[in-house]
Design a protein around this ligand. Structure first.
Ligand SMILES: Nc1nc2c(ncn2[C@@H]2O[C@H](COP(=O)(O)OP(=O)(O)OP(=O)(O)O)[C@@H](O)[C@H]2O)c(=O)[nH]1
Ligand SMILES: [Mg+2]
Length: 376
């Protein structure tokens, strides 16, 4: 069971972004556009955007007093009933903003958690989201508010527990239970992986890059594709035949995004392990997106975070039917020596991709036992 962090109602969201020094205009615009898409994905309509350039955020409201007044006015004009900050807010800032504006305030992390909560459909992904939400609530919400959101019997008094720990006991109990259940699922997943004989190829990349579309194009799989962020939260695996006569298992994974909440990365570790344990990564990027370089950088960093950076990889520039990037920076070519362009939607460039996969995929160990992919 996942937790609904917000009230169900028609949401008219006002987006607020504090731009701190050293952030370029295009980067700030890119994250705000992304926040817009995230808000729409979560079911809200966006009624306005407010930005402020600042040296550093203020500790009480994140933005300065003048900007706070501007936000108040904008809420009145636009009849906004939700304010979404692009920046990460402290629990104190959320509380102060809530009180001063009289409107619910959330930040990017909470919004992403909410989307994940709505998308999660398997027992595993629901548990992973629940764990991330609980950890977020424990770390971010003031003690009194935590109690209001999670009422329940405590009855866990033990030696050495502080009043703070006692107040959080129901949540801690749920965190422990969720971790325990996830560990069981994870073990089962690891056991299955150990017994597979077919090479595993993982599709990774920025959300909306076209990973699921590519999986569908490469195989007769029927993976959910949607022009939304985080359409896929559960991994799907299909068999793909390569020109060197090898069969490989190709698995779809959850998409990455900049500032992906750390708790989510940690909670989705078992799903993301598909990437860590893969024999080859297809790093799918939307080559037609004007921020494609930034997206690829986020993907590279996330792969490092989940310790998958050393897995052989191919950069697959997708959506080529919409146009190619003008030129590739040297750094990108260095990071990804194997690169190919495709259009998963139009099924173009797939034979070249299959050939490259056969070339880059390590040769199987001589002792590998022949198994059907159905055993997986
Ligand atoms: N024009 C064009 N659109 C594409 C192509 N590949 C995917 N799309 C579209 O891009 C959108 C996202 O595709 P998905 O396959 O769901 O993307 P994803 O990477 O799996 O996204 P998440 O599951 O959210 O991480 C859909 O609307 C697809 O139809 C392509 O080659 N060309
Ligand atoms: Mg997908």
């Amino acid at each position: 069971m996942t937790i609904d962090l917000r009230d169900e109602m028609e949401e008219r969201a006002l987006l607020v972004q504090g731009i701190v020094r050293r952030t370029s205009r295009s980067e700030a615009e890119g994250t705000l556009n992304e926040l817009h898409r995230l808000a729409v994905t979560a079911g809200a309509s966006v009624v306005g955007r407010i930005t402020q350039r600042m040296d550093h955020p203020t500790s009480n409201f994140y933005v300065g007093q003048g900007k706070l007044n501007e936000i108040k006015l904008a809420c009145k004009h636009t009849r906004a009933n939700l304010i979404i900050f692009d920046n990460e807010l402290s629990s104190v800032q959320v509380n102060n903003l809530d009180l001063s504006l009289g409107i619910k305030v959330i930040d990017r992390t909470e919004l992403i958690l909410q989307i994940f909560a709505r998308r999660a459909s398997s027992a595993e992904s629901q548990l992973q989201v629940e764990l991330a939400q609980l950890q977020y609530l424990v770390s971010r919400i003031p003690i009194s508010a935590k109690q209001q959101r999670f009422e329940g019997g405590i009855g866990m008094r033990g030696p050495g527990e502080s009043p703070f720990q006692l107040r959080n006991a129901p949540m801690r109990k749920r965190i422990t239970a969720a971790k325990r259940k996830l560990a069981v699922i994870q073990q089962r997943r690891r056991r299955t992986r150990k017994h597979r004989a077919l090479p595993l190829v993982a599709l990774v990349g920025y959300t909306n890059a076209g990973k699921s579309t590519l999986l569908n194009a490469l195989s007769p799989s029927n993976t959910y594709v949607d022009d939304r962020l985080f359409a896929t939260l559960d991994t799907k695996t299909s068999m793909v035949h390569l020109p060197d006569n090898r069969d490989v298992l190709v698995t779809d994974t959850v998409g990455f995004i900049r500032n992906l909440p750390h708790g989510l990365v940690a909670s989705f570790r078992s799903t993301l392990e598909e990437a860590t344990e893969a024999d080859l990564l297809l790093v799918v990027a939307d080559g037609s997106h004007k921020e494609f370089e930034r997206h690829t950088e986020v993907v590279r960093k996330t792969l490092q975070e989940i310790e998958a950076a050393t897995v052989p990889s191919i950069l697959v520039l997708n959506k080529m039917d919409r146009g190619c990037p003008p030129g590739l920076p040297a750094q990108l070519k260095e990071d990804f020596p194997f690169l190919t362009t495709v259009s998963a939607l139009k099924k173009q460039g797939l034979e070249d991709l299959r050939s490259l996969m056969a070339k880059v995929l390590p040769a199987p160990p001589a002792t590998a036992r022949k198994r059907s992919w159905r055993d997986y």
